[in-house]
Design a protein around this ligand. Structure first.
Ligand code: ZN
Ligand code: ZN
Length: 160
């Protein structure tokens, strides 16, 4: 598949990379139908966010269609349209239960887990790609009503 890949500061390329696979029981694979470029992506180009690992797929804002789910994902099914939020959270730690998903203490203790970020954020491959693996998909992915178009729904992914 095609994906936007970080190689080095100022060296971002559209590469051919392997498609993601289910790795954990709460994963989903999402076929991305819309993806955005965020101001945060400028850090990867300018080198103002330390710890980026070469080979990381960039992007943390997307809308897509669920293609595959892990065995523990019971609230989604193949074909569901979803918003993929930028942060990744477990849903069951004390911070998540209080609604502070960006402070989740399970995925990255003492940090924020998000797509397409530096080592300290996971790292997790991002969403500027044809397909993405969404960890804790049962918590993060938000189902979309048919009437909401991709280019409107994507505004809910990060900046809302
Ligand atoms: Zn963003
Ligand atoms: Zn959590």
């Amino acid at each position: 598949m095609k994906a936007v890949v970080f190689h080095d500061i100022g060296d971002i390329r559209l590469d051919e990379v392997p498609e993601p696979t289910i790795q954990e029981p709460n994963d989903a694979i999402v076929r991305i139908t819309a993806s955005a470029i965020c101001g945060t992506n400028l850090h990867m180009i300018c080198g103002t966010m330390a710890g980026m690992q070469p080979g990381t797929i960039l992007g943390h804002e997307a809308v897509g269609v669920v293609e595959e789910i892990g065995p523990n994902v019971r609230n989604l099914k193949r074909g569901d349209r979803v918003v993929v939020p930028s942060t990744i959270a477990c849903g069951y730690c004390s911070y998540c239960r209080a609604g502070y998903y960006a402070q989740c203490d399970t995925v990255v203790p003492n940090g924020t887990a998000f797509f397409g970020g530096p080592k300290e954020s996971g790292p997790f491959d991002g969403l500027q790609a044809e397909y993405a693996r969404a960890p804790f998909a049962n918590v993060g992915l938000v189902k979309l009503p048919d009437g909401v178009e991709d280019d409107k729904a994507i505004m809910r992914s990060d900046i809302s």
